[in-house]
Design a protein around this ligand. Structure first.
Ligand SMILES: Cc1cc2nc3c(=O)[nH]c(=O)nc-3n(C[C@H](O)[C@H](O)[C@H](O)COP(=O)(O)OP(=O)(O)OC[C@H]3O[C@@H](n4cnc5c(N)ncnc54)[C@H](O)[C@@H]3O)c2cc1C
Ligand code: FES
Length: 273
């Protein structure tokens, strides 16, 4: 059951310029799954809507949610959140969204490849850890992480549970280009360098997800994408987050799905991207 509740800030750390790591103490953590998100309310009354932030990691026993987010600019809700310090209390709503069905993935696929781009990377860490548990060593989990430049973040945590490849737009680390360029490079590689893949799990900017969906279709690979589009209420009430689908939605009777409740994770085949 989703609900609005007070959470306590356990820790807040700057990971790099404009990117923050926030740990919240909340009993909502016991219902958390990879790919889900929470809404964080700010105290500024002109900003009534909660800010949707993905769950990067969770500890159900400790009642802890880890969130990694980017400050979008001065005077924004995320900037206010970045000033929270340990001991502060903040209202949150959650747990929101569907998340990844890691058991289904582990039962049906042998070569999972996680792709995260920019601020789409944080939710994929929780996913990598959940997949690691679900597979119990039966599969090599691969993570391809795309950054702008050599200011990497979270990559070390991915290395604990998966084989990591890096792409940077400026070519300063790993493959020059984007996450799909890593796949294309690997196609000509032999042995160690070749990435086996029968399912892609991705989060990142829309052009990246669109390209991944097209690539997966072309190669006959299944893809599940997490959409982090503009959102308002976060609980399915305002239709402020719809995305085009091939099927007709039972709520709106049109070719739409609500990202906040039907997603944010979708089978790429169901979406008109
Ligand atoms: C499911 C989901 C998960 C997300 N996870 C993360 C994450 O883990 N880390 C992270 O840095 N960002 C994440 N985002 C994006 C994040 O929600 C926005 O950057 C943030 O809401 C911007 O708020 P603001 O107050 O800084 O900006 P403002 O521009 O002041 O926000 C104004 C309004 O627009 C909405 N809004 C603005 N930009 C976005 C956006 N890109 N996506 C959704 N709503 C937006 C806000 O919720 C708010 O209601 C996620 C978005 C969604 C939908
Ligand atoms: S944000 Fe209101 S319905 Fe999704």
């Amino acid at each position: 059951m989703k609900r609005k509740t007070k959470a306590k800030v356990i820790l807040q750390k700057k990971l790099q310029e404009g990117i923050y790591d926030l740990r919240l103490g909340t009993d909502l953590a016991r219902d958390a799954h990879a790919g889900q998100f929470i809404g964080i309310y700010t105290s500024d009354r002109s900003k009534l809507l909660p800010r949707p932030i993905s769950i990067c990691e969770y500890d159900r026993d400790e009642g802890m949610l880890r969130l990694v987010y980017r400050v979008t600019g001065p005077g924004t809700g995320t900037e206010e959140i970045s000033h929270l310090t340990p001991g502060d209390e903040v209202y949150i709503i959650g747990i929101l969204g569907n998340g990844y069905d890691t058991r289904m993935i582990a039962d049906n696929f042998s070569h999972p490849v996680i792709m995260g781009g920019g601020i789409g990377i944080p939710p994929m860490l929780g996913l990598a850890k959940e997949l690691d548990e679900a597979y119990q060593g039966r599969a090599q989990i691969t993570s391809i992480l795309g950054y702008r430049d050599s200011d990497l973040f979270l990559d070390k945590f991915f290395r604990d549970v998966s084989k990591v490849y890096i792409a940077t737009e400026d070519g300063s680390v790993g493959t020059k280009g984007n996450v799909l360029d890593v796949m294309r490079d690997s196609a000509s590689a032999q042995g160690e360098g070749r990435i086996e893949c029968d399912v892609i799990l991705a989060c990142g900017p829309m052009p990246m997800l669109r390209a991944i969906a097209a690539y997966a279709r072309e190669k006959g690979i299944k893809a599940y994408v997490s959409l982090e589009e503009r959102m308002a209420c976060g609980i399915g009430a305002c239709l402020g987050c719809i995305t085009r689908t091939h099927d007709i939605d039972s709520h709106t009777h049109v070719h739409n799905a609500r990202i906040c409740t039907d997603g944010p994770v979708f089978d790429a085949d169901d979406l008109v991207l």
